[in-house]
Design a protein around this ligand. Structure first.
Ligand SMILES: [Zn+2]
Length: 342
């Protein structure tokens, strides 16, 4: 990136109400068949337009073509039975009825490559594409086949790598893996989590990112956050390992978070997508608030490696609020950019 402090989002943005019920995760589609295919494309165009209007530098699809950041990818795989459901505890936090791994997993065809190609055709700006991380995928399923989280994760990593290579080939500039599970299963992160992540990015020439956060502003997450105490030091466990990994960029949450910001020092040398927008609140940040978060982060990240971003996806927010937050992000980055160039 030539632009100093290039802005981006963690991934998802709200969908138009004609496509899916707003302000809801896992919202069912309102269209069917060809209308749904066309509707998703139109929503992607609008989402891109809104990012451009707000002045976002690294743009994405706003995840308009997927219902959920993990499930939609898994739906396209063989070996997972969505009819056969078991109740498991996701992120060690909340119970959910999840699909079952019933045989060897494989990816019979590309999942997002056509959508990414479509996005690429719409813009000359750098584009980022998000995929679920292997550990987070494993944590969203009941495994009756491999009966090993590590084995299943390493199989997923290979499939993700195939998908990522195809995304790179259609011109995606940054491929991001969403790994909120890294904030929970520290032992597994050191035993096989980072290894599987590195398997997923093997051979890629484009930039790679990992997004680790405390989740969307849904109740299960806000309740969990209340249990974490005054200081959230989860990042301290995984950052040293990520610092030594081949991942180029680390995306994390900062604003309104109880994460001690100095923990970013642990990933010194990496590019850092600093969450300067709270996605768990409808209150739109002021440009000055965004700038204040970025200035703090600059104590631990070199200016040419700082990428202002949102804490997490904004799918559950209203479109107005999300629009306001995108503009605030840009305006806050602008303030600090001017200070750095003065
Ligand atoms: Zn997130």
């Amino acid at each position: 990136m030539k632009q100093l402090l290039p802005t981006s989002t963690a991934g998802s943005l709200p969908k138009p109400s004609w496509l899916a019920e707003p302000e809801k995760l896992w919202s069912p589609w309102k269209l069917e068949d060809q209308e749904l295919v066309d509707g998703k494309k139109d929503a992607l165009r609008i989402s891109l337009q809104e990012q451009c209007n707000a002045g976002i530098d690294i743009v994405g699809d706003g995840e308009q073509t997927r219902q959920h950041f993990v499930t939609t990818f898994i739906e396209h795989l063989d070996g997972v039975d969505f009819e056969k459901r078991e109740t498991v505890k996701i992120r060690d936090r909340y119970e959910a009825s999840v699909p079952t791994v019933v045989g060897p997993v494989s990816r019979p065809r590309s999942v997002f490559v056509e959508d990414a190609r479509f996005l690429r055709e719409q813009t000359d700006q750098p584009i980022k594409w998000a995929l679920p991380g292997p550990m987070t995928m494993v944590d969203t399923l009941y495994d009756a086949h491999y009966q090993s989280r590590e084995k299943l994760a390493s199989e997923f990593a290979k499939l993700l790598n195939d998908e990522a290579r195809e995304l790179e080939a259609v011109g995606v500039d940054i491929i991001q893996f969403d790994e909120p599970a890294f904030n929970v299963f520290f032992e597994e992160v050191s035993e096989w989590g980072v290894k599987c992540l590195e398997r997923a990015i093997e051979g890629l020439q484009c930039e790679t990112a990992v997004h680790i956060c405390y989740g969307y502003g849904i109740k299960a997450n806000t309740d969990w956050k209340k249990s974490l105490g005054e200081e959230w030091r989860q990042y301290e466990e995984v950052f040293p390992q990520l610092q030594r990994s081949n991942i180029d960029i680390i995306s994390l949450e900062c604003h309104n978070s109880h994460v001690p910001i100095e923990l970013i020092e642990l990933i010194r040398g990496k590019k850092v997508m600093v969450g300067a927008i709270d996605v768990a609140s409808d209150k739109v940040e002021t440009a000055e608030e965004v700038a204040a978060t970025l200035r703090e982060a600059l104590k631990y990240v070199d200016a040419d490696k700082l990428y202002p971003c949102t804490n997490c996806g904004m799918a559950p927010l209203s479109r107005d609020v999300a629009r306001g937050k995108l503009k605030a992000l840009r305006a806050g980055a602008e303030i600090v950019r001017n200070e750095l160039m003065a």
